[in-house]
Write a protein that binds this ligand. Sequence first.
Ligand code: AMP
Ligand code: GLY
Length: 418
Amino acid sequence: MCGAMKIAVIGKGGREQALIETLAASPVQPQLFSFPGSDAIFQTAQPIPVSNLHDLIGWMKDQKIDLCVAGEESYLVKDEGLSNLCSAAGIPCWGPRKESAQLEASKEFAKQFLMRHGIPTGRAQAVSNIEEARAAIGGQYPTVLKFDGLAAGKGVAVCPDAASAEAFLAEIFEQKRFGEGRLLVEEFLTGPEISIFAAICDERYLILCPARDYKRLKDGDEGPNTGGMGAVASRQLADAATMEVIEKTIVAPTVAGLRKDGLPYRGFLYFGLMLTPHGPKVIEYNCRFGDPECEAVMPLLRGDLASFCLAGAQGDFKPELITFSEGWSVCCILASAGYPASSHSGDVISGLDKAQARIFHCGTRRMGDTWQTAGGRVLAVVATGDTLDDARTTAHHEADKINFDGLQRRRDIAYKNI
Ligand code: AMP
Ligand code: GLY
């Protein structure tokens, strides 16, 4: 490679900004680009002047981009797939191929994969219409209903009773809120949830720092499911014995299963787990880092993420290039009015310059000297500390300094479910 390593990061949210800032801090000092990016991202990375995936590939080829890093999931399964297109163009890509990304894009595909490889997960049945769904539920509540496609974290309903199940079934099959698709009726599991991340390079893997996210909108895990209202990350979230069981029964068999099924994988894989009384079980796979977990995990990363991802994308796994510090990291999300049902743009954000924390922009735009809301999740305010108490006190205290009309925020992030 002559000159600085050139990296293109694909995505536009707080997760991508956190990845970009961590890549930027790599000792190799890469030159960073982003598509579609955001005003906040463009403070660190240069915009890529294209408007679609095919032009993006052409641009990366022309500019001799050394590495493409997939941030969000949508591009992995769009058209021929970001990673597949990169591979055809000779561009190393950190992010899996379209066929492998079905683990996230299709809940039914993921469930079949889990069953085939004997990986612990809830029992489930796939159905195509309301009658089949009612039969599969069989009057057993709570029940869990999952739309079989990408739904930005909103395609899952945990239904305590028949009325809530009927309402969700009407959304799926009558109003077709997420378009055409099947539905998975899944066994209701209980226990604390944990997000486990692995960096996978063919048959090898590295388990990264675990995290916990807060999916419900309101304090006390009340209100609707969201993309995530906050996260806490630390290697101390799970003890060594639990991590060993997770590795042995879930991570290793997943990586082996991908190989067995001929599903190439180089990139981050997110395991959404529930620690049930019968051991950890998979509730979902995501073929990318979590958001907002990424905003919490990245500030704990030490080493050379840029070289790690480049080597991994080229099939050369170098786990020694990154480590995670022992402390804690807490991320509070500030969301706009109406989220998650809708979102509100154009509200002026105040106090950004006063907050002494890392701030990643999930959905904002810059208008002259001010920042405004431009999306559901607006900002991620992140603080690290040697202890959980340090990190969460600082995160909440600094988040208090930021305001905009209609701001929604949970006050119990990193207090509840620890
Ligand atoms: P998912 O999008 O599959 O992660 O589901 C969103 C949320 O729904 C999860 O974080 C859980 O809180 C809940 N959930 C998903 N599957 C189950 C299940 N089988 N039993 C209980 N809760 C679940
Ligand atoms: N935080 C959940 C997700 O990224 O899907």
